[in-house]
Every structure is written in structure tokens, then in C-alpha cells.
Design a protein around this ligand. Structure first.
Ligand SMILES: *Cc1c(COP(=O)(O)O)cnc(C)c1O
Length: 221
């Protein structure tokens, strides 16, 4: 199956309100062009250098999402064009994105990354850290960023029950946080969960943005 066929196949299964982020990291620009020609406009990348190189060579109406771990000293390279930063995992990073966005005269949309997996290696706030950060309230003074929702990654496992449990825990947390802090902020509406192997489970748990790489582009080498 071609890249375009895979995109069409995935799209056909998505309910209204769920958008596909095609994760093109490690794949060449030609692969992105194929997806683009099939109508795909949102692409996700996880490395700053790779993202800026690709952005320069590809159509200007692509919506680029940064889905990786962002280092503060590299924010400035993506600020001019990035549409959404999925992995904001500390208040310090949020502040730094705000600072760079203000310099570039932009307001940047961000998602807070929550740690929901068992593995130690995945980045993100714990639920408690996130509550504390939001309760503290200083984030409201950051006028060049908008918190648009939450992002998470489930444990890498075949155990569907566990994945389901982790996604639902984030779905419940999303509802709690929306009610407590973002009731009057309509931009807070995204839940970024689900990858190639688990996106149907993520959709059941309320995902609005699925991040799918290998199912579209094949294995990364
Ligand atoms: C690589 C990556 C994906 C896509 O993973 P696939 O299993 O290839 O679909 C999604 N989200 C993040 C954060 C990633 O780094």
C-alpha cells in the first residue's frame, strides 16, 4: 500500500473531532510530499534540526507540530513557524516558550505533557505536579502562550487493558483540569494520545489528536 492509501485508510476510521498528525520523523521530504498529495496537512516531528530543514523545503500551508522533547536553547529555531508544541513538560519550558514567542511577536499553542506510562524514561508532569503548577496560577501571566490541552504516551506493552487504563486516566484528568482551570478558555480542547499501535484505544478515551508514524510511513531506520 502507498503512503496515500494508508493515510486514506486511517482517516476513514476517524470519528469527527479527531485529527491525524502524520509523524514523519526520520522519513525524507519525498515521503511527506506523498502524504501531502493525499491531502494530509498536519505533520509531527521530534527533532528541531530535522524539522527546520524540512519546513524550508516543503509547502507553506503545512501545519508543523513539534512532538519531541524540546530543549530550551532550541525553541527559537521553531518559534517562527510551528503550530503546536505537544510536549511541554515543565513550567520552566512553558516560560521559555513564552519568552521566545513574545520576541517573535507570536502566540504559541502548547500542550502539557503528562507522565502516564510505567516506564521511567518518558517525560512529563505527574498529575499532582500539573495540578500544583496550574493552582499556583503564574501561568496565567504568560501572554504569549496558550495551553490548548494535554498530551501523553502509554506504556510500550501488548497489554491492552493497561494501555486503556492509562489513556482513560489521562482522559479523566483532562476533564478535571478543564473544569477547574480552563472553563472559560475554549482553546483548551485537545487531548493528544494514540500512536500507530494504540490509536483506536486512545480514540475511545477521548483523543482529539492521534500521532501516527510507522503505520503511515513504514518502520523508521
Ligand atoms: C515517534 C512518535 C510517535 C509515532 O510513533 P509510531 O509508533 O511510529 O506511530 C508518536 N508520538 C511521539 C511523541 C513520538 O515520538
Amino acid at each position: 500500500m502507498s503512503i496515500g492509501d494508508r493515510i486514506r485508510e486511517i482517516r476513514a476510521t476517524l470519528p469527527d473531532g479527531v485529527r491525524l498528525v502524520a509523524v514523519s520523523k526520520f522519513h525524507p521530504s519525498e515521503a511527506i510530499r506523498e502524504a501531502y498529495e493525499a491531502g494530509q496537512r498536519i505533520f509531527g516531528e521530534s527533532r528541531v534540526q530535522e524539522l527546520t530543514d524540512k519546513q524550508q523545503n516543503l509547502p507553506g500551508d503545512i501545519e508543523w507540530h513539534f512532538i519531541g522533547h524540546l530543549q530550551t536553547n532550541k525553541i527559537k529555531y521553531i518559534v517562527p513557524f510551528v503550530s503546536l508544541i505537544h510536549g511541554v513538560d515543565s513550567y520552566k519550558l512553558l516560560e521559555e516558550v513564552n519568552k521566545q514567542a513574545a520576541k517573535a511577536n507570536r502566540t504559541l499553542d502548547c500542550l502539557l505533557q503528562l507522565h502516564i506510562a510505567e516506564e521511567e524514561t518518558k517525560f512529563g508532569f505527574s498529575f499532582e505536579e500539573c495540578r500544583q503548577m496550574l493552582n499556583q496560577g503564574e501561568w496565567k501571566t504568560l501572554s504569549s502562550v496558550r495551553i490548548c490541552g494535554l498530551m501523553g504516551m502509554a506504556t510500550f506493552t501488548d497489554d491492552e487493558q493497561q494501555i486503556r487504563k492509562e489513556f482513560h486516566s489521562l482522559g479523566d484528568f483532562y476533564t478535571e483540569i478543564k473544569e477547574a482551570f480552563f472553563k472559560d478558555r475554549p482553546e483548551f480542547r485537545e487531548l493528544s494520545i494514540g500512536m500507530s499501535d494504540d490509536y483506536p484505544l486512545a480514540i475511545e478515551a477521548g483523543s482529539t489528536l492521534i500521532r501516527v508514524g510507522s503505520r503511515i510511513f513504514g518502520e523508521r531506520t
